[in-house]
Design a protein around this ligand. Structure first.
Ligand code: ATP
Ligand code: MG
Length: 403
């Protein structure tokens, strides 16, 4: 297939917008005689006039050859072998053009370059051409290359057209690509939300069909991907899309069931408000502990479980909240929330009943606690969202001012 090539005068990407480190890697490879492209999200974001989070390089040099060009280079990865080129403030991920995953039934069984399990790709390190590399990427807008040799943009998949149309389109057959790697479902939602793009109808249908496969993904990869969904700046839209495409219930089945129980509207309201709050903190440049984000999302559910524990097991409210948090997160086998985060969530929750006691002595004591600020942010959010405890909230705001 012949790519569409856009010469330098006909596009807006300039070297000035690319980080100095990425430029060094691109020129280092080019000067050593290799093909070197800026690839992935960096090209996409520059074309959209957005600030790229990072710059990735794709090349025909093998990882070992990249290492020979750069002294400041380390090879990493098992599933994908990659070269990381280190600079004082940045790491440039440099990957060798890769061939697409062969269909599962053609994959050799016992081969250390490629293996699959039930159609799920476990490891692939087949090097390929730039075209093959573009075609194995997830979405057309993520498959554009910027060629350092002549500053042109190379488009094998119609990504430029889709950028213009603000359309998120899967490369290849959406069913097959989501089966190969179900995490792409969450990536689709993240890009659509963050960039304000539509997901093409065929991909939406495929997402609905295959969302259940998220259950087969590694729980730590899901945890990472969920963090990205929450911190993309458009978490409220992420939640909407997750509900619309029936993804939410596969990520958090227990919350899905709870949402479908009677009184679901007020619960959905809580979740919508939590996601919107996460965006507001982010827009204000506030670096929020992931534990607080999860505490917020799970909060009303944890309160609900805790109320049952209080009733059935006669535990005090604060202890029941700790118990509810641990029970819930223990049974979450899909998403591996780290232990330290779980403890912090439990602390935030068990701190809540303390805000109902308005005595200066109590205030002095708990304001010194290390999780006070996160617990208070939760309390403030909960009070405003439910309309409960507004007198208490006002009292605590005053105590904080007086401090
Ligand atoms: P971000 O702004 O989040 O960094 P990105 O598009 O750069 O977005 P990365 O996760 O950094 O995303 O991945 C870099 C590139 O690698 C992507 O643009 C895409 O081309 C490719 N890629 C990443 N993950 C996958 C995947 N699961 N399947 C296919 N291609 C992928
Ligand atoms: Mg990236």
């Amino acid at each position: 297939m012949k790519p569409q090539i856009i010469a330098r005068p006909d596009h807006t990407v300039s070297r000035k917008q690319i980080s100095a480190s990425a430029i060094k890697v691109l020129y280092g490879l080019k000067d050593a005689g290799y093909t070197a492209y800026l690839a992935g999200g960096g090209v996409r974001d520059l074309l959209l006039g957005r600030n790229p989070k990072d710059f990735d390089v794709a090349t025909n040099a093998t990882p070992e050859e990249v290492k020979r060009v750069f002294r400041n280079c380390r090879l990493i990865g098992r599933r994908f072998r990659l070269a990381h080129v280190y600079y004082h403030d940045e790491i440039i991920e440099t990957s060798t053009f890769r061939a697409p995953a062969p269909p599962a039934d053609e994959a050799p069984d016992d081969n250390n370059t490629f293996s699959t399990k039930d159609g799920l790709v476990l490891r692939d390190n087949l090097f390929g051409t730039p075209e093959e590399d573009a075609l194995r990427r997830d979405f057309t807008i993520n498959a554009l290359f910027y060629n350092i040799a002549d500053f042109s943009i190379i488009d094998y998949t119609g990504g430029l057209r889709d950028l213009d149309a603000r359309l998120l389109r899967v490369i290849g057959d959406p069913d097959q690509r989501f089966i190969e790697d179900p995490v792409r479902i969450l990536r689709a939602i993240r890009f659509a939300a963050a960039l304000g793009f539509e997901i093409e109808p065929a991909a939406r249908e495929a997402i609905r069909r295959h969302a259940g496969r998220l259950e087969d993904c590694s729980s730590s990869r899901l945890y990472e991907e969920i963090q990205k969904l929450l911190s993309c700046g458009k978490a409220a839209r992420v939640f909407e899309l997750c509900c619309e495409l029936r993804v939410f219930e596969h990520l958090f089945p227990e919350l899905g069931a709870w949402l479908n129980a009677p009184d679901g509207d007020s619960k959905t309201h809580w979740l919508q408000k939590s996601f919107a709050q996460i965006d507001r903190w982010r827009a204000a440049g506030f670096n929020v502990d992931p534990a607080l984000l999860f505490a917020l999302i799970f909060g009303e559910y944890h309160e609900w479980v805790a109320a049952q524990i209080v009733q059935n097991e006669e535990l005090p409210h604060a202890d029941a909240l700790i118990e509810a948090t641990h029970r819930h997160i223990r049974q979450l086998d899909r998403i591996r929330i780290p232990k330290a985060a779980t403890h912090h969530i439990a602390e935030i929750m068990s701190g809540q009943p303390r805000f109902l006691k308005m005595t200066p002595k109590n205030a002095q004591r708990i304001m010194r606690h290390r999780s006070f600020l996160d617990a208070f942010l939760y309390f403030k959010f909960a009070a405003r969202t439910t309309g409960r405890h507004s007198a208490e909230l006002e009292w605590w705001e005053q105590q904080r001012k007086a401090r």
